[in-house]
Design a protein around this ligand. Structure first.
Ligand code: PLP
Length: 427
């Protein structure tokens, strides 16, 4: 059974101070997991996890990961800016972007981030843009086809917009070397949200074999291999969580078999996990405000898809706990919905839950990654606050909720507040 990381008592304390909805994060869980990741790959001297900033771009949370030696993985200008502001230096920042605007390459190069090129044509584009090829450079591989573990298809890289083909990448390294690059990396992201301990080892084997091929065919020695993201979490209560220790061991085994055998024992392993680092350690707290009995039974909550887009966008399952009703039987079937004028604004469809009363607090699980950060402002809805539940039981606002003023702020030539009638005028 999935249990929230926060007790009912503590949550009531928080709700007395901050209005729902909000995203709540669990410092203790984040720390324990970051430590476990570090230990799982401690066999590799150069190991570093570059946290995928897009998953949870909050400085307070990223600073926790920094204590465990994590760097950041960025895909945009603002993510690079945030990383620089948090004191991440040169090699601690990975820039794994695609369809990259010129000014982002310029800025990434300026702050010394490692540039991970998404395409063969970006070699020339980068050189034309910044005037040189950096000494340290990485390329993203997309071997095409389908990505299988044993016999089951995990994902479809042949359909994905990312990366160089194998032939392109070999040619690419030759060119990069001629143009002055000295330290080379390779990167691949071939399946998303994998709930199996075999994803990284299987991907690693492909990359390790490619690295040996690159050495033979391009005369380039790869210094770091970036397994990127894709390590998943059990959103549904019947899934078994990944065991990061087993994953680390699995990668070590193929490392010894393939790279060890080729005499390449000092290649660093990098990861760019987002979901695995934060997903389970965040939840969306929302309140039941309406119940509606029509063709179906609906519970309307004060959060909506603007606060958590995954169910609307992917039909993703997010477990829901009705606080204080642990021991009640799940004898009601509800659609749990938000207030957007979009019928896909449903956090759950036909979900068996205990009877929900107005004012009940609902905890929507596993929103710590790709939750708040995917938020948007459709229907003029405002983004929620983010709150950190600390190890000592205290809690802190780590991002305030948006206000109408934030929403209207970009109309430089029209001040909504100046033109609006005041509430007193309306009386
Ligand atoms: C999204 C992304 C990640 C993180 O993926 P998760 O599934 O959250 O681990 C890492 N690297 C790149 C390039 C990405 O686009």
């Amino acid at each position: 059974m999935k249990k929230p990381f926060v007790t009912e008592e503590k949550l009531n304390e928080i709700v007395n101070v901050f209005n729902t909805p909000f995203h709540l994060y669990d410092e203790k869980g984040i720390r324990e997991n970051a430590k476990a990741v570090k230990e799982a790959f401690s066999w590799n001297r150069g190991f570093r996890e570059y946290f995928a900033v897009k998953a949870t771009p909050n400085p307070f949370l990223i600073n926790i990961l920094k204590e465990y030696g994590c760097g950041t993985d960025c895909s945009s200008m603002t993510e690079l800016m945030l990383s620089d502001a948090l004191g991440f230096k040169g090699e601690e920042i990975m820039f794994s972007s695609n369809d990259t605007p010129a000014e982002e390459f310029v800025y990434a190069a300026k702050i010394g981030a490692t540039i991970n090129l998404d395409d063969f044509t970006h070699i020339q584009f980068l050189e034309d843009t910044i005037g040189y090829i950096p000494e340290t450079i990485s390329c993203r591989l997309n071997p095409g086809g389908v990505f299988k573990i044993s016999n089951s298809i995990m994902d479809n890289p042949g359909d994905a917009k990312y990366g160089f083909t194998t032939e392109q990448i070999i040619e690419g390294y030759k060119i990069l070397k001629e143009k002055g690059a000295k330290r080379f990396g390779i990167h691949a992201f071939l399946a998303s949200n994998t709930v199996t301990n075999d994803y990284y080892p299987t991907l690693a084997k492909t990359l390790f074999e490619t690295v040996v091929e690159i050495k033979e065919k391009a005369g380039v020695e790869i210094s770091f291999i970036n397994l990127s993201g894709g390590v998943g979490i059990p959103y549904s209560p019947d899934q078994l969580p990944n065991d990061i220790r087993a994953i680390g061991e699995g990668v070590k085994k193929v490392y010894d078999e393939v790279l060890g055998a080729a005499g390449m024992n000092d290649v660093a392993i990098y990861t760019e996990m987002g979901r695995f680092m934060m997903g389970p350690y965040g939840c969306l707290v929302t309140k039941a405000i309406h119940e509606k009995h029509t063709h179906k039974e609906y519970i309307g909550v004060d959060a909506c898809a603007v606060n958590l887009m995954r169910p609307a966008m992917y039909g993703a399952y997010h477990h829901i706990t009705v606080m204080g009703k642990d021991n009640h039987v799940c004898d009601h079937t509800y659609d749990v919905v938000g207030s957007l004028c979009e019928n896909n604004d449903k956090f759950a469809i036909d979900r068996k839950l205990p009877k929900i009363d107005m004012g009940d607090l609902l905890v929507i699980h596993d929103t710590g990654a790709h939750g708040f950060s995917m938020g948007y402002n459709y229907n003029g809805k405002l983004k929620s606050a983010e709150i950190l539940l600390k190890e000592d039981g205290s809690f802190e606002l780590i991002r305030r909720a948006e206000t109408p003023k934030d929403y209207f702020a970009t109309f430089d030539c029209f001040d909504v507040f100046d033109n609006m009638r005041s509430l007193e005028d309306l009386d």
